[in-house]
Design a protein around this ligand. Structure first.
Ligand code: DG2
Length: 249
């Protein structure tokens, strides 16, 4: 075929998604439900016949676990893998570790929505001596000035797209089916690019956990049509649940 296959997968529910806490770069693991979502994602890949030839993940455990579980289910644990901090979740700054419902109640819906979904308003910076800081995490020791202390979605686009260009698109051009296992906001940044979504409209986009989103790309590495969730009903329900997260008790 003359199309290139790209599969995007947000990790399954994490322990902090379950507890409704802002996570960002904090390295929490999958919940039991999240592991089940990852297994289901692997089943969906196997059923669809879309078998990844190469995996790209973030450096965060929840994305790596999700990929491993899904690939095991699809009998593809053996494929090549590349990992990059550039696929990490958006750094949530001083919101990392805070309860989403409490934050909404304390700062109000407008500020809450700006921090969570605006394109260009970053939360306050996270101090390096916070227990939720990554300033002393060995896996980021080589980042130097690139290590974020907070990020808005625009910052994520700026550090994610170079990796898309330099590392992911060459694998696609080589004819490989590429699986990218990442996060709510790093995938929002990639979908914004692929679907040409405006800075204003991207606020409305929410990515559900654990459901493969498949794109067919042309020679220009842009989609030939809309992305397709392999379980559209579960994806719609999951996206609505993400959007409502601040209101959850
Ligand atoms: C979530 C996204 O990231 O949260 O950082 O809390 O995808 O790694 O679970 P993920 C977080 P929202 O921006 O949807 O609040």
């Amino acid at each position: 075929s003359d199309a290139y296959n790209l599969i995007l997968l947000r990790h399954g529910q994490s322990l902090w998604n379950q507890e409704n806490l802002f996570t960002g770069w904090v390295d929490v693991r999958l919940s039991e439900q999240g592991a089940g979502e990852a297994k289901r994602a692997g089943e969906l890949l196997a059923e669809s016949g879309l078998l990844p030839d190469i995996l790209h993940t973030s450096l965060l455990t929840r994305a790596i676990q999700t990929a491993n579980i899904a690939l095991e289910e699809a009998d593809r644990l053996w494929i090549d893998v590349k990992r990059s901090w550039r696929l990490n979740e958006r750094h949530y700054g001083a919101l990392q570790g805070l309860d989403k419902a409490e934050t909404l109640a304390k700062f109000g819906p407008e500020q809450f929505q700006l921090w969570r979904r605006s394109f260009d308003v970053p939360p306050p910076v996270l101090a390096d001596d916070s227990p939720w800081s990554q300033a002393h995490d060995v896996r980021y020791a080589n980042l130097g000035e690139d290590l974020p202390r907070t990020e808005c979605l625009s910052d994520v686009v700026d550090r994610m797209l170079p990796y898309w260009e330099s590392d992911i698109t060459p694998d696609l051009r080589a004819g490989k089916t590429v699986l990218v296992t990442a996060h709510g906001n790093s995938l929002r940044a990639l979908v914004k690019h692929l679907d040409g979504i405006s800075d204003a409209d991207i606020a409305e986009l929410n990515i559900p956990t654990g459901i493969p989103l498949v794109y067919r790309l042309g020679e220009d590495m842009m989609p030939l049509g809309p992305g397709r969730y392999l379980d559209p009903e579960a994806a719609a329900a999951g996206a609505a649940a993400v959007a409502a997260q601040g209101n959850k008790k």
